[in-house]
Ligand binder design. Sequence first.
Ligand code: UDP
Length: 363
Amino acid sequence: MTPTLKRPLRLLLLSTSVGALGSGLGGGVELTLHNLAQALSLRGHTVKIVAPTGSVCANFPLVEIEGTLQPTAQSEGRHAAIAMPANAVLANMWAYAREVEHQYDLLVNFAYDWLPFYLTPFFARPIAHLVSMGSLTDAMDRVIAQTIVQSPNSIGVHSRAQADTFSFGDECQVLGNGFDLSLYDFNPQPERSLAWVGRLAPEKGLEDAVAAAQATQRPLKIWGVLQDQGYWQQIQQQYSTAPMTYEGFLPTAQLQSALGKCQALLMTPHWVEAFGNVAIEALACGVPVIAYRRGGPAEIVQDGKTGWLVEPDSLTGLVDAIARLDQIDRYTCRQQAEATYSLAAMGDRVEQWFTAVLAQFHG
Ligand code: UDP
């Protein structure tokens, strides 16, 4: 095993450039960055965060950077060229990092964007990249592959399934994720409703959960940022009689309280979900997870113990799993979150990763 860090580090965490922290547009990366900052500062490391203007990140020093947000990579297509808006916030964030890098021991990149990978060898300090999605475009695959050759160990991912979408998957550090579980209340007595939580965007496959709600006539509560309005309108038209309600985008405290009242969380992504923060948030509240056997959720859910894994894209599979929810013990769900996805567990894994990055860099 890699030895753990012997001294506190000065860390600069560079956020995603597709949205301000707190907006929800950054998806799971927003919570991941906050949780990682917490896990690391609990261990005595010093953390500063760089993020687009308008960001909110309680308890940590934050440098807000002006500029135009990056387009999201999910819907661009495999052969998409790299896009860089005029006055790009991404470029501005990394120009700032270049100015201050000597004040830090390690920079941590959370953006799934070409520029930070490309810039890695031009920096005087090591950069660790926490990659938040699987393979989406050839240009990103190529630049991450080059980075791993130049800086072995520098690529962290959230799940094995995510790593395996890349040709260099074996060389990625699989880190899972970690959460402040004290913020999530265990709820032993749910109501009849089901939950769906995520960005409302095609890759997240909300329509499958809605179809399952319609088929079972169970109320479905939906939380998340309305990222693609047209997509949501289409679902509403197609399933106009489904018992569903859109509950908005809530801060963690309110989300967990409402989510805890649900009988299960449905995760129906059409892509290889890199991890699925919402799976752990549900488990932490004692809410079983019904997920397609694909991507990160398939590595999280313990089939028949903390939820059900069903054949991807199968409506019958979802309906059958909903019928078997009474076989799942909600307390076992909470216990799984505590055993593997606490801040302390994530802190251990990330410190080992940083140790490897620094050892490689300094020789
Ligand atoms: N989320 C939230 N409030 C809501 C709905 C979602 O804060 O009302 C957050 C949730 O906590 C999670 C993120 O949105 O961290 C979704 O991340 P996930 O990893 O599940 O998917 P991604 O959006 O990254 O594909």
